[in-house]
Design a protein around this ligand. Structure first.
Ligand SMILES: Cc1cc2nc3c(=O)[nH]c(=O)nc-3n(C[C@H](O)[C@H](O)[C@H](O)COP(=O)(O)OP(=O)(O)OC[C@H]3O[C@@H](n4cnc5c(N)ncnc54)[C@H](O)[C@@H]3O)c2cc1C
Length: 452
């Protein structure tokens, strides 16, 4: 290929190999953290890489953690539970994962706790580093090429875990992928999280609090013509632990952008920020008692992306698996959050809460973390192998941490046994996960037939 107006040739650039590890985790969101901690705790030399200035991804964007509980019992234990309980012991979380599916965290203290937990497990953390492309040989990844201030570097590993949320590594390595809905590729809408401070919360709660605020928003939005396309619902507001007079808001809706494209993401960030200020200035201040002197106290480090690319792996989890509470022989994660699709095209959210939280839980099979075609790669988090619909349920952070824990444990066991993750004995993986504190459901005594 010659240089021309649409292409430049880069392939002859020599790239220094900077580090060789056992397990390289790309992305330090909830899934990446679970993966890195699990792999390192089993003795694997582990490096985790992220382009942000702190680890945590969407986990530290001010959201509550969902998915721990099915209404009768806790269904996610392990690292997710440990992390929450440690945060609570520090006075920086509210709620009880043994009693409720929704718990609140202080995202700033959580950022530091994650750093502390990674250090305790001897995970190397590399921030300000973006994965750029995979180097492969005969269906195996040899290097992840990353970019940082010092330029382009190659990182070697025996097993790679793609926790980028967008499946960046899997895509680059040649694993089959899909994006958005099967019928038209459209993805769930994005949301920029923000918080509002200096609220007179006594006046607000006496007026009717969040429930009345939503009714008021629906009424006002009929005539106010907000940029935010939401007209009939909002997705929540809550007070974070320790933050007096502050409420976080999951209300902006950014439609039609692609979270796996930087140009599109830039436009989405601008739209999200504009909607956040619109919500404060044109709705909260003039219409909601207690917000007269409020201000935006923080916005998330980056816009929240619910969905982009997913691998098409050994098994594609689907909506029926979720709503029928299917139990897989190769279960590695349990959960109970319902289908929850933030409309990709406009107003409304498809949410099926009534059928859930009655003591029933669905499961995620190990095969949904195992991509096709690439041998030393596992995937965890929102880029797992699932349909658009199934992803909308399994994307909760208790579950994405647990997916990471499963992938990290599988990577360490595969290394120990000299096998590819695809050929790992799933029963050994399940036994190890349970020994380390996971709960894999009632099936645990039944025989397992293998990955395929
Ligand atoms: C607005 C919004 C509201 C939500 N509400 C809730 C809620 O209330 N409760 C709940 O439990 N769940 C909620 N979810 C779902 C949940 O937050 C996500 O599904 C989950 O956090 C995804 O975790 P992840 O680790 O897969 O991805 P992410 O959190 O997106 O993490 C991916 C990480 O990879 C990094 N990365 C990306 N590309 C690269 C690259 N090329 N190289 C290296 N690193 C890379 C990113 O910087 C990031 O740190 C919400 C999601 C959104 C967006």
């Amino acid at each position: 290929m010659q240089n021309d107006q649409s292409n430049v040739v880069l392939e002859t650039l020599s790239t220094p190999v900077e580090e060789a590890v056992d397990v390289l985790v790309l992305g330090s969101g909830s899934a990446g953290i679970g993966a890195a901690l699990a792999a390192a705790r089993l003795g694997a030399k582990t490096l985790i890489v992220d382009p942000a200035g702190y680890p945590g991804g969407t986990l530290v964007s001010g959201l509550p953690l969902l998915g721990f509980h099915d209404g009768e019992k806790q269904v996610v234990y392990g690292i997710a539970s440990e992390m929450f309980n440690r945060l609570k012991a520090l006075g920086a979380a509210m709620g009880d994962v043994s009693r409720s599916t929704c718990v609140n965290v202080d995202p700033e203290r959580l950022k530091l706790l994650i750093i502390e937990m990674l250090a305790e497990a001897k995970v190397s953390l590399r921030l300000h580093t973006l994965f750029a492309r995979a180097v492969t040989s005969e269906g195996t990844i040899t290097h992840a090429v990353v970019e940082g201030k010092a330029g382009r570097r190659a990182l070697a590993a025996k097993i790679f875990i793609d926790a980028t949320g967008d499946g960046d590594l899997a895509e680059s390595a040649g694993a089959p992928m899909e994006k958005g809905r099967r019928e038209d590729g459209k993805m769930q809408s994005m949301t920029l999280m923000f918080a509002v401070g200096n609220i007179d919360t006594t006046r607000y709660e006496e007026w009717g609090g969040y429930d009345r605020m939503v009714r008021e928003y629906i009424k006002v939005s009929e005539s106010e013509h907000f940029r935010n396309p939401r007209r009939t619902d909002l997705s929540g507001s809550w007070g974070s632990a320790n933050r007096i007079g502050e409420r976080a808001f999951n209300v902006t809706r950014i439609l039609g952008y692609d979270g796996s494209d930087a140009k599109s993401l830039t436009e989405a960030e601008i739209e999200g920020r504009t909607q956040a200020w619109e919500f404060l200035e044109r709705f909260l201040k003039p219409h909601v008692p207690g917000f007269e002197n409020a201000f935006i106290s923080w916005t998330a480090g980056k816009i929240g992306v619910r969905e982009t690319r997913r691998i098409v792996g050994e098994y594609v989890l689907n909506e029926n698996d979720i709503v029928s509470f299917r139990k897989f022989d190769d279960t590695v994660v349990c959960g109970s959050y319902p289908i929850d699709i933030h409309s990709p095209t406009g107003d409304g959210t498809r949410f099926l809460p009534g059928e859930f939280y009655g003591g029933r839980y669905w499961t995620i099979p190990y095969r949904s973390l195992v991509p096709l075609n690439v041998d030393n790669l596992l995937v965890a988090g929102r880029c797992l192998s699932a349909t658009h619909e199934a992803l909308s349920a399994v994307r909760c952070m208790a579950n994405t941490i647990a997916m990471g824990e499963a992938a990290g444990t599988a990577a360490a066991l595969a290394l120990r046994e000299g096998k590819s993750p695809r050929n790992l004995d799933v029963r050994c993986l399940q036994t190890e996960l349970i020994a380390r504190g996971a709960w894999l459901g009632d099936f645990a005594a039944s025989p397992v037939t293998g990955v395929r």
